[in-house]
Design a binder for this molecule. Structure first.
Ligand code: FES
Length: 107
């Protein structure tokens, strides 16, 4: 058992929640919560279908890497909160809120 508290991930628009784990990707956690999220390339930053918005708790999420950045550049509707769920990993203990975009994600 872990000696410290991990945060809660809240998934909008459904409002489902799941406990985070350090090092887990947001994609993994979203799927564990029972949400449908596209991940056509299997989590390799190649497809962009797992595009989400991180609405809160960005300090608890890993920084955007070069590959993710390059992929995000190709997606329509990207904003300052955009992440690829497969590339964003939990790094901190602050609660996180994400918004799923589904078919509005520009693909
Ligand atoms: S699953 Fe393909 S970019 Fe995330």
């Amino acid at each position: 058992m872990r000696g410290r508290h991990m945060s809660i991930l809240t998934i909008q628009p459904s409002g489902k929640t799941v406990e985070t784990r350090e090092g887990a990707s947001l994609l993994e956690l979203i799927m564990e919560a029972g949400e449908a999220i596209m991940h056509k390339c299997g989590g390799n930053a190649q497809c962009g279908s797992c595009h989400i918005f991180v609405q809160a708790g960005r300090k608890s999420v890993s920084r955007i890497g070069a590959e993710e950045n390059a992929r995000l550049d190709t997606i329509v509707g990207v904003g300052s909160k955009s992440r690829l769920a497969c590339q964003a990993k939990v790094t901190g203990e602050e609660d996180i809120t994400v918004e799923l975009l589904g078919f509005a994600s520009g693909l």
